[in-house]
Design a binder for this molecule. Structure first.
Ligand code: UDP
Ligand code: MG
Length: 313
């Protein structure tokens, strides 16, 4: 019933890994007896990525590439690909071969069992200990606080049916946390474990800043808990203040009259000043995102396409 498979591959300065990727895609395609299409998204690369993609797409009719007008970020690049693909099944994978395309064969087995989303769950990672711990913690916190059922330790590497992709494309968000949107859609979803290899070539394109941005998008877009926490802290602080005032009144009327406690005054003032700024910051995070949404700019700009996608939509 599913007759075609489309792969969405975001590429940002991936010149070193592309020859390996092309080879792997050819061998993967020859293992399947169904139509396979590939859409590469060049996310504003500054190396020879676009030239290589261009050449590959001109030589292989199953491939197409979109050149974004600048670096929009991984999640936007994936969204751009998803909005252009029209196959029955859609797979998302990284260009660096950390996500083995062969796993899609196992994933397709699950789709035939009736699942609409099959995502890959990382059994282990080849990153350093601190980063591994940070990822581990982030997914657990997010799962606890998110308003949707989020998959643990799963990135964007997944296989989805056309229906799910349709609904993801319907979501107008500009701050796109694709794995969250995917979870939000619902349908039957399942994870399958895999060993995440190291990068086949090149360096990671995720700077710490981008990684933090992704974490923030996930947290803020899928949870209002930070806002609630700030409310609770405010309530607790006000309560403490009242108790303290009552205590001071009792002291003045019944015990001593001399003012004292300059240091504690300053301490409390600074502490609550800090708490207020922190809470304003949290509100600011939400407000900034609301601002991004109401501006309603296009999510991405396609400058050029090559291959079966004729012109940028
Ligand atoms: N990527 C992208 N835009 C960016 C950063 C990354 O399209 O701004 C792509 C990158 O080319 C790769 C995928 O997103 O295909 C994942 O990036 P990377 O492998 O560097 O991240 P890591 O695996 O280290 O988390
Ligand atoms: Mg990678």
């Amino acid at each position: 019933m599913y007759q075609s498979l489309g792969l969405v591959i975001p590429c940002y300065n991936e010149q070193q890994v592309l020859p390996l990727l092309f080879e792997r895609l050819h061998s993967f395609k020859s293992q399947l007896n169904m139509e396979v299409k590939v859409i590469f998204i060049d996310d504003g690369s500054r190396d020879t990525t676009w030239e290589q993609l261009f050449q590959f797409c001109e030589m292989n009719s199953f491939a197409s590439a979109i050149k974004l007008s600048r670096n929009f970020g991984h999640q936007t690049a994936v969204s751009a690909g998803l909005s252009q693909i029209d196959t029955d099944l859609v797979g998302v994978l990284d260009a660096d071969l950390q996500d083995p395309p062969e796993l899609f064969i196992e994933m397709m087995g699950k789709v035939r069992e009736g699942y609409h989303v099959v995502y890959a769950v990382r059994k282990n990672r080849k990153e350093n200990f601190m980063l591994k711990f940070a990822y581990w913690l982030f997914y657990r916190i997010l799962k606890k606080v998110a308003n949707i059922d989020l998959a643990l330790d799963s990135g964007d590497f997944c296989l989805m049916t056309k229906d799910v992709v349709h609904w993801i494309n319907q979501m107008p968000e500009h701050n796109r946390f694709v794995r969250g949107l995917r979870g939000w859609v619902g349908y039957k979803q399942i994870g399958i474990p895999y060993d995440r290899a190291g990068r086949a070539a090149g360096e990671t394109k995720y700077s710490l800043r981008k990684l933090m941005g992704l974490a923030m998008d996930g947290l803020i877009s899928f949870s209002s808990l930070p806002l609630k926490i700030s409310g609770w802290i405010g309530f607790f602080a006000a309560f403490l203040g009242v108790v303290y005032l009552v205590f001071e009144f009792i002291k003045i009327f019944f015990f001593e009259k001399a003012p004292s406690g300059w240091a504690s005054m300053i301490g409390v003032t600074i502490f609550f000043g800090g708490v207020q700024l922190l809470m304003l910051g949290i509100i600011g995070q939400y407000l900034g995102r609301v601002f991004d949404e109401v501006k309603n700019r296009p999510i991405y700009i396609a400058e050029q396409t090559v291959g079966f996608l004729t012109k940028p939509k």
